[in-house]
Write a protein that binds this ligand. Structure first.
Ligand SMILES: Nc1nc2c(ncn2[C@@H]2O[C@H](COP(=O)(O)OP(=O)(O)OP(=O)(O)O)[C@@H](O)[C@H]2O)c(=O)[nH]1
Ligand SMILES: [Mg+2]
Length: 296
């Protein structure tokens, strides 16, 4: 039996959360086409092939301009320290740039030899893949490199074999029905934020956070769960964007999040959303702590 922690790290938008969801077989991390979607550490477990892989999804590594972003990047670097295996997830649709070199240097400094997952090959011609493989082979002095698509699953089995091979021998760290450390409360906040990310653009995805004010569990299985949440924005001018014309946007966000939540909770959900202005939330220690964005 093999068991251990597998950290997924890389630049924002590379596909780390998509990959963790595929490995777990369930949505434990929200996904969007906007960078910096994941803001905290997310554990998702996979039991297969005589191994327990404890995946740790991390925020994308970027230049931090707010306290929130510093905590995000710290979360990613801390995950390296605790990992038995590190997977560097790379978006293979672009050419390697400064951000990619920064991540490679960080791994080298930390003395980490990652497995490289070249992701999104469903959108990359084979001719573009070879130079990229050569680039990472040189930059990280011949690591194992696996081209794959987290979206359609191609190559994911190969990555899994590489991970299992690299894991230490050991007993499982969690019971085999344990899938994630994310509470229903956190997942509820995240699913609302996912819909905000999906429907807004420009600075809104970065300046929005979701806080659960009250979470009333269903009295019986399949019963009604009542969730009261606040969507935080940074300025009065952002409020009408989230609310939309005649409340159309907030209604759409609420409906889509509620449908996801009803599936997750296997019961009816009453979701009550409010938009609040909190000018400094990205630098507000109390709010960041409350959101589970832990500092060092
Ligand atoms: N075409 C394609 N798109 C993908 C693939 N994997 C992920 N994506 C898309 O890439 C975008 C980012 O995916 P995420 O999983 O949120 O990326 P992430 O690395 O977790 O991003 P952060 O949380 O911001 O660091 C989403 O729009 C995904 O649907 C893939 O294999 N192929
Ligand atoms: Mg993510």
């Amino acid at each position: 039996m093999k068991a251990g922690f597998v950290a997924l790290v890389g630049r924002p938008n590379a596909g780390k959360s998509t990959l963790v969801n595929r490995f777990v077989g369930q949505k434990v991390a929200i996904v969007s086409d906007k960078p910096q979607t994941t803001r905290h550490r997310i554990v998702g477990v996979r039991n297969a092939n005589d191994a327990q892989m404890v995946f740790v999804d991390t925020p994308g590594i970027h230049k931090p301009l707010h306290r929130m972003n510093q905590r995000m990047v710290d979360t990613a670097t801390d995950a390296l320290r605790d990992a038995d295996v590190v997977v560097l997830v790379v978006d293979a649709t672009g050419d390697p740039g400064g951000g990619d070199s920064f991540v490679v240097e960080m791994l080298t400094r930390a003395n980490v030899k990652p497995i490289v997952a070249l992701n999104k090959i469903d959108r990359v011609p084979k001719s573009k893949l070879l130079p990229l493989i050569a680039h990472y082979a040189i930059a990280l002095s011949s690591p194992s490199i696996v081209p794959l698509s987290a979206l359609d699953g191609e190559g994911v089995n190969t990555l899994e074999s590489e991970i299992v091979q690299a894991l230490p021998e050991g007993d499982p760290l969690f019971p085999d029905d344990y899938l994630t450390d994310q509470t229903e409360r956190t997942l509820a906040a995240e699913l609302v934020r996912e819909k905000v990310l999906r429907h807004t653009r420009d600075e809104l995805p970065y300046t929005t956070a979701v806080i659960i004010d009250r979470f009333e569990e269903a009295a019986e299985p399949g019963g009604l769960t009542r969730i009261f949440a606040s969507i935080l924005v940074e300025s009065e001018s952002q409020k009408p964007i989230v609310i939309g014309k005649g409340g159309e946007m907030i209604k759409r966000i609420g409906t889509e999040a509620r449908l996801d939540l009803e599936k997750m909770l296997e019961g009816r959900v009453h979701l009550d959303l409010h938009v609040k202005v909190r000018g400094d939330w990205r630098d507000n220690i109390r709010l960041l702590d409350e959101m589970g964005l832990r500092g060092r």
